[in-house]
Design a protein around this ligand. Sequence first.
Ligand code: ADP
Ligand code: MG
Length: 683
Amino acid sequence: MAELNTDVRFLRGVGEQRAKLLAKLGVHNLRDLLEYFPRAYEDRSVTVPIAQAPFDQSVCIRATVSAPPLLSRVRRGMELVKLRAFDDTGSVDITFFNQNYVKNALHQGETYVFYGKIGGIPMRRTMSNPDYELERRAGAKTGRIMPRYRLCHGLSNTHMMGYVRECLNMTGTKVPDPLPKPVREKYALADIDFAYENIHFPADFPTLEAARHRLAFQEFFLLACALGAMRNSHHGGGIPVPHPDIEQFYASLSFEPTDAQRRAIDEALGDMALSCPMNRLVQGDVGSGKTLVAAACAWAAGQAGLQAAFMAPTEILAEQHMDTLTGFLSPFGMRVDKLTGSMTAKEKREVKARLSSGETALVVGTHALLTADVEFSRPALVITDEQHRFGVSQRGALSAKGESAHTLVMSATPIPRTLALMIYGDLDVSIIDELPPGRQKVDTFAVNESYRERLYGFMAKLVREGRQVFVVCPMVEENDELDYELKSAGEHAKELAARFPSLRVECVHGRMKSADKNAVMAAVVRGEVDILVSTTVIEVGVDVPNAALMVVENAERFGLSQLHQLRGRVGRGTHKSWCILVSDSRTEEARARLGAMCRTNNGFRISEEDLRLRGPGDFFGSRQHGLPDMHIAGLGGGMDVLKTAQTAAQELLHDDPELKKPEHSALSERVRALFAAKNDMLN
Ligand code: ADP
Ligand code: MG
């Protein structure tokens, strides 16, 4: 029997070439293949009489070929094979395009099962390019529920089916089941062999459902175990930071902290005063003033002669936070330094020297701060500004850096209460549920292309009034279908520049060098750009209080939480602000999403809606929360499955907190793999 980590090249028919294609789909070994779940299924299990075959639906018919197939050439490069086939109830005209071999493959008088879409009219039914099999040998492509896999050029569905089949035959009944037997019994779950077999080649729909349920349960269960085990493994002592007189800090501010900010700061300072390291998440909508909480904690550390590090997701943000935090701390004579990848070697050396001498109170940077050669003299606190993407894995990286550092993570992604416990299982959470005074609601409208002229007029008017405008376009990816009208940021910027020759239009996108990006962003912050067109890079946190309009092109391409993040980029000053979502999509899902955006500005409500629209699997799968992709996401495990799996995980962890028991070895191996995958994910 083959081990699950055996390379796919081990399978018959998978040579170098195919192995490369499979790798593109993320399939490297036998386990990947087993877990390459179909994206859909075709019901080819029932055969219908020709006369009763519904139009425009794919069905199987069992029919006999009435005359030898005829080959005809319509024009160069277009050849047809035509034949007629009949059963007791009627006949159907079948056409194959550019598949000349069919002429000799199908024979007069033989009966076949054809699977295809019925067209034509009741008097004359037709079918084009059906799949077919000899009736007496049917069972591979017809007469069953067929899995449909996500494919890439060069790999057909038949290839995938063949590989999976061979893989299942080979691994057979030997796959170690990550779900311990008592769990399977208690929750009436199918075992792993059954699940793998039937998720790919289900005997019938109830069987498929049983397989799917089991796999969705497993996915949630593994995640719950992973987070739970991580919580249980926290140990080590932190450096206690004496609780300072925080009013002194507040007195230096140019504004009054909100009650929610005071509460979060009290909670964090309370944690830091203990020798057990703080592990706190500050969750608050964009613009709720999370930076102040970070500043207060860094200030407290500085007051005690200790150091703090602040990690931002991008250089642009590191830059901005550097300025903000310097503003908060320099009045107290605390030195704030910046450490980012684009600095010269000399600059970096100087900062590192100040860090190790203890001169620097707070260092602001990107994740590069975690590299091995950065040494702190007395690191007490590590703050991570994850904005919308809150990664579980950073916590791993951090605890590796300094077991004893207090950690504070800031996230602008409100998580539905129903999921919070699971996702933040190992953290204490402070919620900032109040915006600073004077903020206005961002009015949101969803419009289609027919509003474009009015939209441009509105943009010009706002710029005349001295405001700035953000326009966000979706990232255009290589594999995007070409028939889809997508606006790329670059092209759209050119279009706008041509349209508004007197306005200053700039563009930033993900492929730009960070120095160039920084230069543009700095100009935006200084108010030297009227219209900034970008891909979602500005999604993360840039503060431009003068921006009063956010336009999102192809808004249907963005998730609800993402749209909410984008909207949070405006309305940060005192100006009345708007968010216009442009989309021509008529799908129900897109409409529901855009509708929700127009109805509410409340991030928590938005996230609840997002969860409701997508289901927990897909919600996680979007990666917005830094959680691993859910394989089963597309197959949709519901909230009830998630809850049951969580309960089961809690029961098991109660009995075996760090998954050390031998009977949990298959489980703990999968849990470890989950973390390894997560760490990769962030690079
Ligand atoms: P976020 O939670 O999105 O990180 P920030 O910390 O960037 O929010 O704060 C957004 C803006 O609000 C900043 O310009 C900040 O100076 C300002 N701000 C923060 N707290 C207050 C407050 N209590 N009163 C007035 N303005 C505040
Ligand atoms: Mg922020």
